[in-house]
Ligand binder design. Sequence first.
Ligand SMILES: Cc1ncc(COP(=O)(O)O)c(C=O)c1O
Length: 398
Amino acid sequence: MALSLFTKTKKAIVERAQDDYVTKMRLKYKPYYHAMESQQGTHVRLQGRDMVMLSSNDYLGLSFHPKVIEACGTAAKTWGTSTTGARISNGSRAYHVALEEKLATFLGREACHVSVAGYVACCSAVATFAQKGDMILADKNIHSCLWDGVRLSMAGVERFSHNNPEDLRQILKSIPHATPKMLLLEGVYSMEGHVCRLPELAQLGEEAGCFTVVDDAHGFGVLGRQGRGTVDHFKLNDQVDLICGSLSKSLASTGGYVAGSRDLVEYLRTNSKQTLFSAAISPSMAATASASLDVMQSEPQHLDRLWKNTKRYREMLKGLGLDTWGSETPAVPIVLGSKELVYRFWNALLEKGVFTVMSIAPAVPPGKDLIRTAVSALHSEEDFEKISTAMAYAVKQM
Ligand SMILES: Cc1ncc(COP(=O)(O)O)c(C=O)c1O
């Protein structure tokens, strides 16, 4: 009797978490969750060493832009740190509406809704509109937030080969025309750096009556006029029903958005659980995104520089014989094909002061284990010299 007072029943879920092999490996090799001690632009300090950051999504380099920093600070002084509430109840403010109107105009859409994270926004763009009985046609390589949206929606799903209109065409043939359909794409694929074959895919979607959703987290700020994104790049606004994306990449903030017709955005505001039951984006993050959007339109040099840097970087990698998976954008993978090679390469770069991120299966398809790198407009001549030396060294270690 006394014993039972002190013997705790083992909890299966706690045990499972404690036994998790992937977590154990992560803690042993420490490839992720590096807490940098400081940052200035593309330079971070890690364990007392100066490193060039080559894997952020700060494509335009606006996270250290003086006007953006000032807007961020001023917003906190004016509005406080948080609304501490959801938009539907006590959390809506004039600056949210202003940011949404500005984003909608920039994207050539009637309306826009902003959420606390790109993950939340993109997930809601799928989960709110698709429902049981519908069929979602999804590119195999879409981001995890979209897959979560698919699961939450309870709709059926058919995956087509990555960026492959012919495969989509074949799959569409087997779906009854009357079934409500959603076509799910990324504008720029985040791991591969591929630009979506939107003209062909969206056209097929139109013919089959698909509701087309494009997650343009990595196309926004990078493609299109002044960085309006992939849909603008292809001038296909009328064939895409919703554009969703992130504020945490080119806009140097934190948050996400869904943009579309007024009817669709109002439907989302009524029906999206992610919107109804989640707090509003903070004043500072809204002001940061808004100021970045202004800078994107008034200072074209950042976009020019991003593309110059991207071209230069890709040529450097090509010269070293590295496989960049045909990336066409500033998101440039270095495909090495096995987690052992990826770990060695990543470590060699780290040794030479260049910080990158490893992506291994199942985050990428089997055999495509890679180092994810991304170029920023802020990378300087000096940064590239350091990157070039580090890459040459890493190649020699293979
Ligand atoms: C394609 C894509 N969609 C959505 C997201 C989520 O954006 P956030 O980081 O703002 O939550 C990401 C972020 O990695 C992404 O790559």
